[in-house]
Design a protein around this ligand. Structure first.
Ligand SMILES: Cc1ncc(C[n+]2csc(CCOP(=O)(O)OP(=O)(O)O)c2C)c(N)n1
Ligand SMILES: [Mg+2]
Length: 381
């Protein structure tokens, strides 16, 4: 069943051969990733794969409540993520939490958030998989689709007014291109030439809604035209092409030329989330088709062909990451929940009387009945 426009009907930007053996003939792009960037991208992709594998197992064991996997999308996420500088800000959607780690968020902090424990910087108030890390300019995400996009534009406009040389990354999924936030953010960013790069991680599905039902346009990249900004469709499983297209867009934004829309065409290998069963709405054949296009072995093959894999000692990275994650999980499980009193912090300078009363009542119930069991309660998605 054809669910997405055939790439034959529009141009798909590519750099790396499908088998990773080398670059496509005639490639001579200005913004290809240097050696250190390539290794950074590979390590970040591997980290996300290892984290996701472990998080899903923990969720199935009832130890964390919810996971939104990035499996299959790692080249799109980390190839693009590597094109932003430390001073830039990254406004993410559900599956880009790995970019915070790529930018320096400690794995322990990432996992503390998945458990919502006392070391979670969100103090257990967000759903798991809604990462934030102020040290690496990675603001918290809201589940309400597209709301991060006007925020990114507003922040970019402020940077421009202050004369700061920074750029905002505005990530969203293909489904979020139908949101109000997408429209107003794209429009305003183009009118005011804001330093924003809109990165659509087009994984073919918005829960159970395929791209063929999401838009009648032949691609998401061409939507840029209507807003008066450049747009490009990229092979999202080609880490080099993702980096190249986004680096070109950040350079344009930094030069004061305004926003770009970069659509990264990839595939969501798992369900929408740990609460979803994708076999109810999509064919196995489609999943198998994409399985053979896994972005991780594709980049690995390129690193091997270039001699970088051996030179950087990548062979031990996977096992090292598994160990680091295991250590962080044990630690997270030894940390208790955030204190009940913290429920009313951070909104008012002084918590008002009615909230203080609720805390007293909550503490009374905890003293009487103990804490609720871990992972008690359900989230519908
Ligand atoms: C404004 C809004 N409408 C609907 C939803 C319900 N919802 C949650 S995730 C999702 C699909 C998101 O798809 P996409 O943007 O493609 O991102 P993906 O999950 O594929 O990464 C929907 C419709 C929501 N969270 N917010
Ligand atoms: Mg999607």
């Amino acid at each position: 069943m054809i669910r997405r426009a055939d790439p034959g009907t529009f141009h798909l930007h590519r750099v790396l051969r499908e088998d990773g053996s080398g670059l496509l003939d005639g490639v001579d792009f200005e913004f290809l990733p240097p050696k250190e960037k390539l290794l950074e991208i590979y390590r970040a992709m591997l980290t996300t794969r290892v984290l996701d594998e472990r998080m899903l197992k923990l969720q199935r064991q009832g130890r964390v409540a919810f996971v939104g996997l990035a499996t299959g999308q790692e080249a799109a996420i980390h190839g693009s993520g590597a094109a932003f500088e430390a001073g830039d800000w990254v406004w993410s959607a559900l599956r880009e939490g790995g970019i915070a780690v790529q930018r320096g968020m400690p794995i322990r902090e990432y996992i503390a958030h998945m458990f919502g424990n006392a070391e979670d910087t969100a103090k257990g108030r967000e759903m798991p998989n809604h990462f934030q890390c102020s040290e690496v300019n990675f603001p918290s995400w809201s589940s309400v689709l597209g709301t991060q996009l006007p925020h990114a534009v507003g922040a970019a406009m402020a940077m421009k007014r202050r004369g700061e040389p920074h750029v905002c990354a505005a990530y969203s999924g293909d489904g979020a291109t139908s949101s109000n936030g997408f429209h107003c953010a794209m429009n305003m960013a183009a009118v005011y030439k804001s330093p924003v790069v809109f990165v659509v991680v087009d994984n073919g599905w918005a829960i159970s809604v395929p791209s063929s039902k999401q838009t009648a346009a032949s691609s998401y990249g061409i939507k840029a035209k209507a807003y008066g900004m450049p747009g490009i469709d990229v092979d999202g499983n080609d880490a080099l092409a993702c980096y190249e297209a986004v680096a070109r867009a950040t350079s344009r934004a930094r030069a004061g030329e305004g926003p770009t829309l970069v659509n990264l065409r990839t595939y969501r290998m798992g369900g929408h989330s740990s609460s979803d069963d994708p076999t109810r709405y999509r064919d196995d054949a489609e999943v198998e088709h994409w399985e053979s296009r896994d972005p991780l072995p594709r980049l690995e093959a390129y690193l091997k062909a270039q001699g970088l894999y051996a030179e950087a000692g990548c062979v031990t990275w996977r096992d090292d990451l598994i160990e680091t994650v295991a250590e962080a999980v044990s630690h997270a499980e030894s940390v208790g929940p955030p204190p009940v009193e913290s429920l009313v912090e951070d909104v008012y300078a002084e918590p008002p009387k009615h909230l203080r009363r609720q805390v007293v009542e909550a503490l009374r119930i905890v003293a009487e009945k103990g804490q609720a069991d871990a992972v008690e309660g359900k989230f519908p998605l």
